[in-house]
Design a protein around this ligand. Structure first.
Ligand code: 3H9
Length: 701
C-alpha cells in the first residue's frame, strides 16, 4: 500500500504487514498505510477477515515520538484505531515483541489479539509525561476493568503476554509461527461466526468501582505521582471512561492529552527519552568497534560498594571473584550481598533456591593469582591514590593480556592510575553510584589512552546489566561529583548565613529532589565528605575558605556522622529515618557564624533554590565546554540517574534551557557581586556567558 505498510491476501484473509524499522513506530506514513490497506481489504470481496502483523523485531512500539511537537498530520492515530474497530470485517492483531502506547491502542482497536509468549503490551505514555491518547484510556478499562487498567497506565510498565491473557487484554498466546497461528485462529473465529468485539460498545458499570477507589489509588501512588503532571490526568480520563459515553470520553481524553503534550514536564521527559538513546553514542567509536568477551569478573574490595557492584553481574549469571585483604572482610561483604538478595526473596521476586544459586557465583579469594583468567577486574577500594596504584600494579602483573582493568574511583585521576600499568589502553573507569545494585547510573570514564574496544565493551556491558551509561572524560569528580560540590557547598554556606536546615531541605524536596542536601549528607554519612576534604586539604585542592564544609567537619568531630550515629545536622530517634531539627546544632552554627563575622539572616525559598541549583548548572557548562561530557543531555542523565534530579525537569541543563540561560547568567553575576567571588565560586562559565548573550541553549551546543 505504501513503502512501510503492505497488504496481501492469503486465502480469504488479508494480511496487513507493517515494516518500519527500527520499532514500527506510527509515523504519518505508517498511519496512512494502515488506513489504505484497511480500506482495500474491506473493499476486496475475496477478503473475509484481516490479520495485522509487524515484521522486524517488534510489534508497533507506539506513536512516533519524533513527530511530537510538529504540526499534526492526518490521518490522526485515534482515527486509525477507530477505523480498525469500525471495520465490517474482523481484524485480529498478531503481536510479537512490544505493543506499546499507540501500538497497544492499535491492538485494542482490533477485534481480537493474539500474542507470542514473550510479547509484552503496555501503555508507557506516563513515562513521556503523556497519557494514552488514541483511546487507550477509554478502551483498556472497558476491556479489563478500571482496577486492572489504571495501574498499567500509571506505572507505564509493560505486562507480559501470560499476565495480559489472565487479565483479558490478550485472547490467545501462541508459541507457534505467529502469522500462521493468527490466521488459523482467525479462520476458527470466522467458522464460529464469532462477533466483532468492539470495545467502544462496552459500558462500565459505575457500581463496579469501589467507594473511594480513586482517592485510595492516589494515596497509594502519591510517591510515584509527586511533581508529575500527567498522572492526575490519567485518572481523570479513566473516570471519564466510566462516567461518560464512549464518544464524550474520547473527547475528554483528547483534551487531557493535549494538556499533557503542551506541559513542560512532557517536554522534559521526552528529552530524557532521547537523551538515554543518545548517550549510547560515543564520539570517535565506530559502530562496528569489536567487543571483548566478558564472561568473568573480579571485584577488588568486597565492601558495601564492591558487593553492590558485584550483584549486577551475578544477577545476570556472570561469576565474580570477590577479593579483599582478608577472609573476614570478604565474608562481611558477602553477608551484605546475601541480605540484599534476601530482600528480593521476601518480596517474592526470587526463591531461596535461586538466591543460593546466585551466591554460588561468588568466589572469595585473597590471592591475586586467582585473577589470571578473568575478563574484567573492577577495583572498588576507598579513595586513596597510593593504594589504588598498588592494586593496579598487581593487576598488571597477574591479569591476562586483554583483560579490562577498571576503577570505580569517584574522584581520582584515572590517567595517573593507568600509568602504573604497562597497558593503559586496557584501563577504564566504571563509576557506579550507591547503592550500586540499584542506582541506574554508570559513569564510564574514558582515560587518555583507553582503547576504543574497551569503551565499546564497557558501554555494552553497562546496558546489559541495566545501567544508563554516560561517558565522562577525566577530571576531579568526573561529571556528577564535580557538579555536586557547588550544590553541597552552597547549602553549607547558607546554614552559616542563617538558613535553617529544614528550610533548605524542604525547598529542594519541593523542587523534586528525593531529599534535600542536608538530609542527604546525614544519609550518606558526613564523615565521608569530611574525609574527602581532609585528603583535599593535604593535596592542596580544597579552596582556602574556612567556611567550606565547616558545619560538617565540626559535627563529625563531635561524633555526629549522620543517620548511622543517630545524629548529624538532624537528630534521629533509634530506628527512625525521620530528621528532627536540633537546637544544639543551631547554636553551634550561630557560634561559628559569629566567630567568622558572618551575619545571619532569613532566606527566601527562591534564593535557596537558585544558590543550590545554579552552581550545578554553571559547573555543568564548564564540563560541557571542556569536553568532559559529550553533550548537555549526558549531564542531565548523570544527575537524573545518579542524584535523583527530577526527570520531569529534564536534568539540570535542560532545566537551565527552560528557565533561560540569560536569567541564570544574570543571577550568577548578581551573586558574584553580592556574595563575593574570592574563591571563584560565582565565576560564570564562559560557555554560559556566551550562550546567554546570544540567546542560545545548552541543547544546541
Ligand atoms: C504514544 O504512543 C502516544 C499515543 O498514546 C497517542 C498518540 C496520539 N518513536 O529503545 P531502543 C527509536 S507515546 C520514535 O534503543 P530497544 C529510538 O529512539 C509512545 N522512535 O531499542 C532508537 O532510535 P536510534 C509510547 C522510537 O530495543 C530506536 O528506536 N511508546 C520510538 O532497547 C531503538 O530504540 C513508547 O514510549 C518511538 N515510539 O527498545 C515506547 N521508540 O536508534 C518507546 C523507539 O536512532 N520505546 N524509537 O537511537 C521503547 O520503550 C523502546 O524503544 C522499545 C525497544 C522497548 C520499543
Amino acid at each position: 500500500m505504501n513503502e512501510l505498510v503492505n497488504l496481501r491476501t492469503e486465502g480469504r484473509i488479508g494480511v496487513i504487514e507493517i515494516d518500519s524499522p527500527p520499532v514500527n513506530a506510527l509515523s504519518q506514513t505508517v498511519r496512512e498505510g494502515i488506513m489504505q490497506s484497511l480500506q482495500s481489504a474491506v473493499e476486496n470481496d475475496e477478503v473475509e477477515a484481516i490479520v495485522l502483523i509487524c515484521s522486524g523485531r517488534t510489534f508497533i512500539a507506539g506513536a512516533d515520538i519524533r513527530e511530537f511537537g510538529l504540526p499534526p498530520k492526518a490521518p490522526h492515530l485515534p482515527e486509525v484505531v477507530a477505523a480498525l474497530e469500525a471495520s465490517p470485517k474482523m481484524v485480529v492483531a498478531a503481536i510479537h515483541g512490544t505493543a506499546l502506547g499507540g501500538g497497544f491502542e492499535i491492538a485494542l482497536g482490533c477485534h481480537y489479539r493474539v500474542a507470542r509468549p514473550d510479547a509484552r503490551v503496555g501503555l508507557p505514555e506516563v513515562k513521556l509525561g503523556l497519557l494514552p491518547g488514541a483511546g487507550g484510556t477509554q478502551r483498556l478499562p472497558r476491556l479489563i476493568g478500571v482496577q486492572a487498567a489504571l495501574p498499567i497506565m500509571m506505572s507505564g510498565d509493560p505486562v507480559g503476554a501470560g499476565k495480559a491473557k489472565e487479565l483479558g487484554a490478550i485472547d490467545h498466546v501462541t508459541e507457534d509461527d505467529l502469522l500462521k497461528e493468527s490466521m488459523a485462529i482467525t479462520e476458527r473465529l470466522l467458522a464460529e461466526d464469532a462477533p466483532l468485539r468492539r470495545l467502544c460498545d462496552i459500558q462500565i458499570d459505575p457500581a463496579s468501582i469501589p467507594e473511594n477507589y480513586y482517592d485510595d489509588f492516589r494515596a497509594a501512588n502519591a510517591r510515584r505521582m509527586r511533581g508529575y503532571f500527567s498522572p492526575e490526568r490519567i485518572i481523570s480520563a479513566v473516570q471519564a471512561a466510566v462516567e461518560m459515553t464512549f464518544e464524550d470520553g474520547m473527547n475528554r481524553e483528547r483534551e487531557l492529552f493535549t494538556e499533557c503534550m503542551n506541559s513542560p514536564e512532557s517536554v522534559a521527559l521526552r528529552h530524557v527519552f532521547f537523551a538515554e538513546r543518545q548517550a549510547a553514542k560515543v564520539a570517535g567509536l565506530a559502530k562496528d568497534t569489536p567487543l571483548r568477551k566478558i564472561e568473568s569478573v573480579a571485584m577488588i574490595g568486597a565492601g558495601t560498594m564492591g558487593g553492590g557492584i558485584a550483584m549486577n553481574f551475578a544477577s545476570r549469571g556472570i561469576p565474580v571473584y570477590m577479593v579483599d585483604v582478608d577472609a573476614a572482610a570478604i565474608e562481611r561483604g558477602l553477608a551484605v550481598v546475601r541480605s540484599n538478595y534476601m530482600r528480593g526473596v521476601k518480596k517474592g521476586r526470587m526463591t531461596e533456591a535461586q538466591l543460593e544459586n546466585l551466591m554460588q557465583l561468588f568466589t572469595p579469594t585473597t590471592n591475586y593469582e586467582d585473577l589470571a583468567d578473568v575478563d574484567l577486574v573492577i577495583e572498588a577500594v576507598f579513595e586513596n591514590m597510593a593504594i589504588k596504584k598498588e592494586i593496579f600494579e598487581r593487576l598488571d602483573q597477574v591479569c591476562k593480556p586483554g583483560a579490562i582493568l577498571a576503577s570505580n574511583t569517584s574522584y581520582l585521576d584515572l590517567d595517573e592510575i593507568a600509568q602504573v600499568t604497562s597497558r593503559p589502553r586496557d584501563v577504564v573507569g566504571m563509576h557506579f553510584f550507591s547503592p550500586a545494585n540499584i542506582m541506574r547510573l554508570m559513569e564510564v570514564v574514558r582515560g587518555a589512552a583507553t582503547a576504543p574496544d574497551v569503551m565499546s565493551t564497557v558501554m555494552k556491558l553497562a546496558r546489559q546489566i541495566g545501567k544508563v551509561a554516560v561517558v565522562s572524560g577525566v577530571c576531579y569528580g568526573f561529571i556528577g561529583n564535580r557538579m555536586l560540590e557547588g550544590y553541597i557547598r552552597e547549602s553549607g554556606l547558607m546554614l552559616l548565613e542563617g538558613a535553617k536546615p529544614e528550610q533548605i531541605d524542604r525547598v529542594l524536596y519541593e523542587f523534586g529532589m528525593p531529599m534535600g542536601p542536608i538530609g542527604m549528607g546525614d544519609l550518606a554519612g558526613m564523615d565521608i565528605g569530611a574525609r574527602i576534604r581532609e585528603e583535599r586539604r593535604r593535596n592542596g585542592t580544597l579552596p582556602a575558605d574556612e567556611r567550606f564544609g565547616l558545619v560538617g567537619d565540626k559535627l563529625v568531630a563531635m561524633g555526629r556522622c549522620g543517620q548511622k550515629t543517630g545524629a548529624g545536622v538532624y537528630l534521629y530517634e533509634a530506628g527512625s529515618r525521620k530528621p528532627v531539627p536540633d537546637p544544639e546544632v543551631e547554636v553551634l552554627i550561630q557560634r561559628e557564624a559569629t566567630r567568622l563575622g558572618i551575619e545571619q539572616r532569613s532566606f527566601s525559598d527562591e534564593e535557596i533554590l537558585t544558590r543550590c541549583i545554579y552552581p550545578l548548572i554553571n559547573e555543568g557548562a564548564k564540563i560541557l565546554e571542556e569536553g568532559i561530557a559529550q553533550r548537555a543531555s549526558d549531564i542531565d542523565l548523570v544527575w537524573i540517574n545518579g542524584y535523583g534530579f527530577p526527570p520531569y525537569r529534564g536534568g539540570p541543563m535542560h532545566y537551565a534551557d527552560s528557565v533561560g540561560l540569560n536569567k541564570i547568567y544574570e543571577q550568577i553575576c548578581s551573586y558574584r557581586d553580592t556574595l563575593g567571588n574570592e574563591f571563584g565560586y560565582w565565576e560564570p562559565a564562559p560557555l554560559l556567558e556566551r550562550l546567554a548573550t546570544k540567546g542560545g541553549r545548552f541543547a544546541d551546543f
